[in-house]
Every structure is written in structure tokens, then in C-alpha cells.
Design a protein around this ligand. Structure first.
Ligand code: FMN
Length: 189
């Protein structure tokens, strides 16, 4: 299949579902499209009300002793969040639908980052598997604490405040900035 064929399948599926249901339609996508912004735009035009960034594809591991492919549940860490933050920050304000982030949301700070990138929703799975359901109350408490300490009256105020359109240095989201990061790298940092 060509990349065009694959993205058309998603778009056609969303169009079909949109015809059948009137409830809000959120589409969870993976990060591996050839042109993610184009696919996101086309899904919005096809009738999606929201996009969820991103599906974590199931990745089986190899058992080297038995030479078998083995099922593997790989829980995320907060570093998984960065790919989501980048894409939501880039697309915020450019595609007129809502965004949710799933993948790497473990702490209150991760929720704040997700909101600042431009998401309306931050979802949590691995952290709840790791720490149990009460972790949700801890995150909520710490989030309220963070908002108070930093004098934010609401979540809405911060939404999109770190998006590419809002920051002073939009190039910070682009690949050229990698060189800058490498030249500043010091061992052990
Ligand atoms: C055990 C397990 C089962 C999951 N089942 C589904 C599923 O049925 N449908 C789905 O869209 N995502 C599923 N996910 C993905 C999660 O919804 C979530 O997007 C992903 O784990 C990334 O978020 P996290 O970093 O908070 O774990 C599952 C994840 C785990 C760990």
C-alpha cells in the first residue's frame, strides 16, 4: 500500500462514521504518517471533532534463548510525552478541532505541559497501571497546587500558551534545533 492509500482509508472511515453518528467523534491516530499535518487536516475536514495523539503501537519483543517473538507490555515514561507535545504544539491553532494527548502523561507537570502545548485532554494509562487508581487524586491535588503556585486562575488560560504559534522561538520545534541541542550537550547532563 502507498502512504496515500493508507491515509485515504482513515479519511474514508471517518467520513463513513460521521454519516452514521451525531455524537462528537474523536480519532486516535499513530505518529507514523508520511505527512501527519496533512492527515490531521483531512481527518478534520472528514468530520472528526478531535484528534488523540498518539496510539502506542504494540511492539512484541524477541526472546533470544528460545528464538520466539514474545508479547510485551511496555509501559510508558514521561519521555514518551515529548513526541505528543511537539505535534500538538505545532498543530494547535492551525487545525480547528480539539486535541487530546495520550502517551507519557504520568505527573501533574505532564498534564500542565499537555495543556500548554494545546491539548484539551490529557489521558493516563501506564501511570495508573504502575501506581494504581489513587494516583489520579495525587495528580489532581498536585495540579491544583501547581496552578496556585504559578498564579493560574484556570486551565483555559494556559491552553496553547506553549504552542508553536505562541512561543517566541517557533524554530525550537524544528529539526534544525537539534544541532543547537547537541552543541550544548555536556556528558552526564
Ligand atoms: C494494557 C493496555 C491496554 C490498552 N488497550 C487499548 C485499547 O484497547 N484501545 C486503545 O485505543 N488504546 C489502548 N491502550 C493504549 C492506551 O489507551 C494509551 O493510549 C497508551 O497506553 C499511551 O498512554 P500511557 O503512556 O498513559 O500508557 C492500551 C494500553 C495498555 C497499557
Amino acid at each position: 500500500m502507498t502512504s496515500d492509500y493508507v491515509s485515504n482509508m482513515y479519511v474514508e472511515l471517518v467520513k463513513e462514521i460521521r454519516k452514521e453518528v451525531t455524537i462528537p467523534l474523536a480519532v486516535k491516530i499513530g505518529p507514523y504518517f508520511s505527512s501527519l499535518p496533512n492527515v490531521a487536516k483531512r481527518l478534520a475536514e472528514a468530520g472528526a471533532n478531535a484528534l488523540v495523539f498518539f496510539n502506542r503501537f504494540y511492539q512484541p519483543d524477541f526472546d533470544l534463548d528460545n528464538l520466539e517473538v514474545v508479547p510485551h507490555i511496555n509501559l510508558s515514561t514521561s519521555s514518551t510525552l515529548l513526541l505528543r507535545l511537539r505535534w500538538v504544539a505545532i498543530l494547535y491553532g492551525r487545525i480547528p478541532i480539539d486535541f487530546a494527548i495520550t502517551g507519557g502523561v504520568h505527573t501533574a507537570e505532564d498534564v500542565v505541559k499537555s495543556m500548554m502545548a494545546g491539548a484539551k485532554v490529557a489521558m493516563m494509562t501506564s501511570a495508573l497501571l504502575k501506581f494504581g487508581i489513587p494516583h489520579l487524586s495525587t495528580v489532581l491535588k498536585k495540579l491544583e497546587q501547581w496552578l496556585n503556585e504559578h498564579e493560574y486562575d484556570s486551565i483555559e488560560i494556559m491552553q496553547g500558551s506553549m504552542s508553536q504559534k505562541s512561543v517566541n522561538e517557533p524554530a525550537a520545534f524544528e529539526r534544525a534545533n537539534y544541532m543547537h541541542a547537541l552543541t550544548r550537550y555536556t556528558a552526564g547532563s
